[in-house]
Design a binder for this molecule. Structure first.
Ligand code: GGG
Length: 374
């Protein structure tokens, strides 16, 4: 959350369900926001339906209409984005709308909390105490999509992709990671030690692969370290460690409880956070917020899941928690906490679990259960 963020008396939230199950989970998140009682949510929320997505591109030739960008920039205070189903092959004229949106709104960090919850079992049937926050740089790395298909002198095809890492973007991601580590510590101090999952000094793990990519990941690593070393508060109150991305994945699965805040370049962060979701039971539980200086877009980490789209069985919890992250970003902490607690209660009761968690509840049943808990 921006330190300068002040709760306003009304809030306009753009809703961009986009593709597949986005069309089910974003309405679910809206329903929960609408159910918030006024003593918890003092601002009146207005919603604005906005278009984007691959399905839109197939119909109209545009994946991210200019009207959507203008509405977000012009009069929305924040937004919720569902999911997008970009094809795995090149489609002329198409570019991922979520990647474009993050760039156009300068949403430079994707903040992804991964928290174990009672009731949500992992594939192995066990639950482990996990409370990680992944900060994924959101604007560059290989996702600048500067790719080229070429042919060598013997007629063999080869492809090249450029990877861009800047000091500027690495600095902003690092600053966000250390600031969030301190904020999380302050929040944890409000509960007793026994209730906390992370009981140690705040820690930031810097993920890179600079033993191989010594220039790009080298710049990332050095810049994030500089952010730390140039701030005496960070040095005093936060521990840092580094982890090569491959061993990060290994350690995260072996000992997920060893991580607090993790900061990673765009693509490593994307991959690590989907993996981390497996540790807490389901991708359907993990929310995120795309955060810039003045704007935030809540977005479930899961994709559009075309195989289950339209069946009313998608897990709405990730989208509901993403809506809570948006409220928190805008300064409505009581409302955000109420939504997080309501979702936790529904999961803990075990009565309304969607199939990804081993239950047979419908999206709408889970959503209504969360609304009742508010
Ligand atoms: N809500 C996350 C999401 O949509 N994930 C799928 C994804 O990353 N898609 C990128 C794309 O399809 O362009």
């Amino acid at each position: 959350r921006n330190a300068s963020t002040k709760a306003q008396s009304s809030l306009t939230i753009g809703l961009i369900p986009a593709d597949g199950i986005g069309k089910e989970v974003i309405p679910a998140a809206r329903q929960v926001l609408e159910a918030l009682p006024s003593d918890l949510m003092p601002a009146k929320i207005q919603f604005e339906d906005l278009d984007a997505g691959f399905e839109l591109f197939q119909k109209t030739g545009t994946a991210l209409p200019e009207e959507t960008i203008q509405a977000l920039k012009g009069h929305c205070d924040g937004a919720l984005f569902g999911a997008v189903s970009s094809p795995s092959h090149k489609v002329a004229g198409y570019s991922s709308p979520i990647v474009g949106l993050r760039k156009k709104l300068d949403l430079y960090a994707n903040v992804r909390p991964v928290l174990s919850a009672a009731g949500a079992k992992t594939a192995s049937g066990k639950t482990r105490p996990i409370d990680m926050l992944i900060i994924r740089e959101n604007t560059e790395c290989l996702y600048i999509k500067d790719e080229e298909l070429l042919t060598d002198k013997d007629g063999h095809k080869y492809a090249v992709a450029k990877r861009k890492i800047t000091e500027f973007a690495s600095k902003r991601a690092g600053q966000m990671a250390f600031t969030m580590a301190l904020q999380r510590d302050a929040m944890r101090r409000e509960v007793t030690l026994g209730e906390r999952i992370w009981k140690h000094k705040p820690k930031v793990t810097i993920v890179h692969k600079s033993n191989v990519l010594s220039i790009t990941d080298g710049l990332w690593r050095e810049t994030v370290r500089e952010v730390y070393e140039s701030n005496s508060e960070f040095v005093k109150s936060v521990d840092i460690e580094e982890q090569l991305v491959d061993s990060m994945v290994y350690r995260m699965f072996r000992e997920p409880e060893a991580f607090d805040v993790i900061v990673a370049p765009n693509m490593y962060g994307d991959i690590i956070s989907d993996g981390a979701a497996a540790l807490v039971g389901s991708l359907g539980l993990v929310p995120s917020a795309n955060v810039g200086e003045n704007f935030a877009v809540g977005e479930p980490v899961h994709g559009s899941a075309p195989d289950i789209a339209g069946k009313n069985i998608a897990n709405p919890i990730a989208a509901i928690r993403s809506a809570a992250m948006l409220l928190e970003n805008k300064g409505y902490n009581a409302a955000a906490s109420a939504v997080y607690r309501a979702a936790d209660k529904v999961l803990a009761s075990g009565k309304y679990l969607t199939p990804d968690l081993g239950g047979n509840a419908k999206t709408t049943e889970v959503t209504e259960a969360v609304c009742r808990e508010l």
